[in-house]
Design a protein around this ligand. Structure first.
Ligand SMILES: C[S@@+](CC[C@H](N)C(=O)[O-])C[C@H]1O[C@@H](n2cnc3c(N)ncnc32)[C@H](O)[C@@H]1O
Length: 407
């Protein structure tokens, strides 16, 4: 049988040997055998393990696809994620100092999207198995916060009540001040009787809010999130940082970069994760594409006395970026785009002379592309902090500051 030497990890966390041949759950330096199917090695056996190999802490790891890297020591994962950022920047000709890698603790995810299916006996809920759409139960999951584990039986109850025979429910569960905030897609289409049934289920299951295909069917308690001292009720399914710990670390970095600034522009502001805490000390203009998120942010600010002025704007920043002339009103800019990055907006930031930019990103490749544009325009990139909210997954998030040398 051929022996393959794993040379590196790919962006999905699979080991890659020369070929390329992709071998899941392997680590660089390992010699492995297996059955080659296309470019994938199946039934992988480890011949020579890497020193960084560890026993997976979670008993579901072999089957569950929720984690990709539990077989690697935490220190290895941290340096691999730092390396992903360094390489993405190097490919754009930008040298990077990685200040720190901050990994959220086990069992700290406050949001997860579960899959739930009806079965002959009832229903089951969990994550998809690795590389398949089979649902795996995860009663001992090491990712979810203990309070979020309550969403598993809830997802099953909803699948029994309103899942279709063949399909699968996608159940996004979020911890909120008011209890569990549940947003479901993929269930039976809404009609009068189903609405009554779901409202009863929300009551019986003690949910803060239940939404079905984006429509709120029951709201027993406001599913509020605290952003600084402001309480915000996000629209169903709206973006939220995955762990409170990761959010706190991102906010700490952003706040440090914005220290002493009095007019801050928050781009891709979401429901106010950064805008509202920054409004303790600065006036903030928050720009976000989703009008309902903007309204939620605005309401949160109005109900939180003592904050400085926050103004809001619903605007598509891909099509209508804030122009260089408008940017000159601000002494600090926070930008936190989706995975696609923010080419159009960064082109305007490059033309403008904003003293400090805090750039948060969930995609090192688009971040590096944006960083290269800013650096070419004369901004200096500070140290990059990697914030790992998606522990044991190949996702990489980061925050870095850009300043003008003359500022
Ligand atoms: C990574 S999230 C960050 C949100 C917020 N900064 C936070 O930390 O909660 C990116 C945000 O960009 C918004 N967005 C996506 N595409 C957009 C666009 N073309 N224009 C403006 N906002 C957009 C999303 O709705 C989302 O709220």
């Amino acid at each position: 049988m051929d022996i393959y030497l794993i040379e590196r990890l790919g962006h999905m966390g699979d080991g890659i040997a020369r070929g390329p041949v992709f071998a899941p759950l392997t680590l660089p330096g390992e010699e492995v055998t297996g059955r080659l199917e296309g470019d994938r090695l199946l039934d992988v056996k480890i011949v020579t393990p890497a020193p960084e190999r560890v026993a997976a802490p979670c008993r579901h790891f072999r089957t569950c696809g929720g984690c990709a890297l539990q077989h690697a020591a935490p220190g290895f994962i941290e340096s691999w994620k730092a390396g992903v950022v360094r390489q993405a920047l190097a490919a754009q000709g930008v040298a990077a100092e990685i200040a720190a890698v901050h990994t959220s603790p086990e069992r700290s995810r406050r949001r997860a999207t579960l899959s739930a299916r009806r079965t002959k006996k009832g229903a089951l809920a969990g994550f998809h198995a690795r590389g398949s759409d089979v649902v795996v139960e995860i009663p001992d999951c090491h990712l979810l916060a203990p309070e979020l584990m309550a969403a598993l039986p809830i997802a099953e109850a909803l699948a029994v009540a309103a899942g279709s025979r063949k399909g699968e429910l996608s159940v996004q569960a979020t911890l909120s001040q008011g209890g569990l905030d549940i947003a479901v897609t993929g269930g039976k289409p809404m009609d009068g009787p189903l609405q009554v049934e779901l409202a009863q289920q929300a009551e019986r299951l003690g949910l803060a809010r239940l939404s079905w295909d984006g429509e709120v069917v029951a709201m027993r308690h406001a599913p509020e999130q605290m952003f600084g001292r402001a309480k915000v009720t996000p629209p169903p399914g709206a973006f939220l940082q995955a762990t409170a710990d990761g959010e706190a670390r991102l906010l700490a970095e952003v706040s440090t970069l914005m220290r002493g600034k009095s007019r801050i522009l928050d781009l891709f502001a979401g429901c106010g994760t950064f805008s509202l805490p920054l409004a303790e000390t600065a006036e903030v203009h928050a720009v976000e594409g989703e009008a309902e998120m903007v309204q939620a942010l605005e309401r949160g600010w109005r109900n939180a006395p003592g904050l400085k002025r926050v103004t809001t704007e619903a605007r598509d920043l891909f099509r209508r970026p804030v122009l260089a002339e408008e940017l000159s009103r601000y002494d600090g800019v926070v930008i936190d785009p989706p995975r696609a990055g923010a080419s159009a907006q960064v082109a305007e930031l490059a033309k403008a002379r904003v003293p400090v930019i805090a750039h948060v990103s969930c995609n090192p490749v688009t971040f590096a592309r944006d960083a290269a544009v800013l650096v070419a325009a004369g901004y200096v990139m500070g140290p990059v902090t990697v914030v790992d909210q998606f522990r044991w997954s190949p996702h990489v998030e980061l925050v870095a500051g850009f300043s003008l040398t003359s500022a």
